[in-house]
Write a protein that binds this ligand. Sequence first.
Ligand SMILES: Nc1ncnc2c1ncn2[C@@H]1O[C@H](COP(=O)(O)OP(=O)(O)O)[C@@H](O)[C@H]1O
Ligand SMILES: C[C@@](O)(CCOP(=O)(O)OP(=O)(O)O)CC(=O)O
Length: 475
Amino acid sequence: MEKITVVSAPGKVLVAGGYLVLDRTYTGVVFGTSARFYCAIRRVGTSTDAIRVSVRSPQFEDGSWNYEVGFTEQRDGCRLTAIGAGQRNRYVEVTIVHCLSLCLAGAKDFSARLGSGLDIVIVGDNDFYSQREQLKRASLPLTTASLASLERFCATHSTIGDVHKTGLGSSAAMITSLTAALLSHFGVVSIPSENAASPAERTGIRLVHDAAQFCHCLAQGKIGSGFDVSSAVYGSHVYRRFSPSVLDGLLRLAESGEASREVTVRGPDLTCVLGTDRWDNDVQRVNLPPGFTLALADIDAGSSTPKLVSQVLAWRKAKAEEDLFLAHRVWTDIDESNRALIQTLQKLSDLATAEPAAYEEVRRECQAIPARDGIRAYLREMSKLAGVPIEPEEQTRLLDACNAVSGVIMAGVPGAGGFDAIFCVTVDPSCRDALERVWSSWTEMAVAPLLASDSKTGLMEVELPPELRRHFAWL
Ligand SMILES: Nc1ncnc2c1ncn2[C@@H]1O[C@H](COP(=O)(O)OP(=O)(O)O)[C@@H](O)[C@H]1O
Ligand SMILES: C[C@@](O)(CCOP(=O)(O)OP(=O)(O)O)CC(=O)O
């Protein structure tokens, strides 16, 4: 029976370091989530006819894309030709074509592993997409219990363009799981099935990271901080970004190919950059201490948050010209609070290992993470100075109410902030009910819980989830 390669990658919650992580001077704290993306690949056969790649995202009404694979004359680069008239998926296409070219350069038996094509299925856990509509259709209340009753990877009853995302980073987790599954299918890397990776696996994971960052930047048409891809690869950590210059050349080459419809990025161009020591990103492990949990909620405030990043960066740039000190001071103040948060988490985790009994006592008595108020106060200052709703007043009221629940030790707006989501850190899962009562009775905005918590585990090769078996018709 044909082997099916399945790789899963977690979603992300940036709990500290929004905006700052765009600048290599600063770091951010990102938690991987228990909500994950899964990408399953199997070879179709070995006939000599045209080579086809079919990709299916069965959660979407329009989630099916088919391609014919071609090669450059020197057989050092791949080309994908879309078959059929449906909506294109740039994120999927860009990833497949560059990963195939990378595998062409690195796999010993590329043709045998490609066969006459690949069958690819991609799904994300329900938390990546808002389930409000699902629950409404089933006349179920917006509660954890209702969410838990939904089938896994349930249909969104939506097109991919219209789906309501919850901010866990679907595109980064999708691209990362697809990149890792392709590189693993062709034997270019080996992905561990549990947390501890061997040195060879760690090298492979770095290659997946670099390739996924490249594909994500190319698909998005910009070089972001990359914390979302990094956490899809490594799970929870303190993130320092890569210098954008590492990707400049490759991105220019890829974009010139798109303009001229030629294959301009070939395997050797990719291997000159991806998986090399030109990358200066940094990953330091940080986890929630044992017992602590992350609770997440998706907010519907009537309108979703506009893209805040460009506004904040424009303000910072303008300020830098007129009052360098002010912008710099705000960034430094936030960074100091963020670093205090990292230190607290590390100290607590160290204590839990070294002196479990003392740790349990500290945990029992913990009422607040010391840095939490500073982080929020400085973010509000940033909101006010830049005139951008990073922690809008509506969110301030909700976060204060969450912090007032016994057992909640930190609440905040993740990532870029805005109206769309909140996170809470709790000392143990037992205060979840009380927290959820605050959320369900909140009237100013509609607050929907997510099922996911934090997860330190990054990329993992896994067995085919049973819910995916039916998507491989021959099984
Ligand atoms: N399940 C999926 N299957 C295929 N592509 C997906 C899937 N989920 C997300 N994507 C891709 O990611 C894009 C969304 O990217 P983006 O708007 O940046 O979302 P996010 O903020 O969740 O990363 C979609 O248009 C699609 O191309
Ligand atoms: C502002 C940022 O530093 C953080 C944004 O974090 P979010 O978690 O809000 O991200 P999206 O998934 O793109 O909406 C921008 C960045 O680092 O790219």
